[in-house]
Design a protein around this ligand. Structure first.
Ligand SMILES: Nc1ncnc2c1ncn2[C@@H]1O[C@H](COP(=O)(O)OP(=O)(O)OP(=O)(O)O)[C@@H](O)[C@H]1O
Ligand SMILES: [Mg+2]
Length: 121
């Protein structure tokens, strides 16, 4: 299902980097044999919006849900995927610089949803 996404307030270059990192992860950590599907949605949340980027990829074990936001920390799922482990640390910095929050909900094999809040334009 498609829906238009809202306009947010913030630094364009940083917000581009945020979406690029989250979306490239969603595509890179896809599940072998499954067609990658990524859904981006947003709903009103406080003074702004709560964005959700949901994929049907390999998922992330619960024990790693906080660690993946630290610099140079790469998860199990990344063993055969090149990367440096700075993407999500950068995303967290960017969201927090915009006075928002970012978190993840995921189960191995069930896919992953990243949530983050941004202010309305
Ligand atoms: N959508 C996702 N599905 C499954 N695992 C993910 C997803 N996004 C992130 N991860 C896990 O979190 C880890 C950290 O992600 P992060 O973007 O910080 O680093 P990276 O993608 O490995 O490297 P870089 O972003 O620097 O190229 C990844 O290595 C991966 O294990
Ligand atoms: Mg990344």
């Amino acid at each position: 299902m498609q829906q238009p996404l809202p306009t947010v307030l913030g630094n364009g270059v940083q917000l581009l980097q945020l979406f690029q990192n989250i979306l490239s992860n969603a595509i890179r950590f896809s599940r072998p044999g499954a067609i990658p599907r990524v859904q981006i949605s947003a709903q009103p949340y406080g003074q702004g919006y709560l964005f959700a980027v949901q994929d049907n990829g390999v998922g992330i074990p619960r024990a790693q849900h906080e660690r993946i936001f630290e610099i140079f920390q790469r998860g199990q799922s990344s063993n055969d995927t090149p990367g440096t482990g700075i993407g999500l640390a950068t995303c967290k910095k960017i969201v927090e610089a915009h006075e928002g929050a970012i978190w993840v909900d995921s189960e191995p094999e069930q896919g992953t949803t990243f949530y983050f809040t941004l202010k309305a334009a």
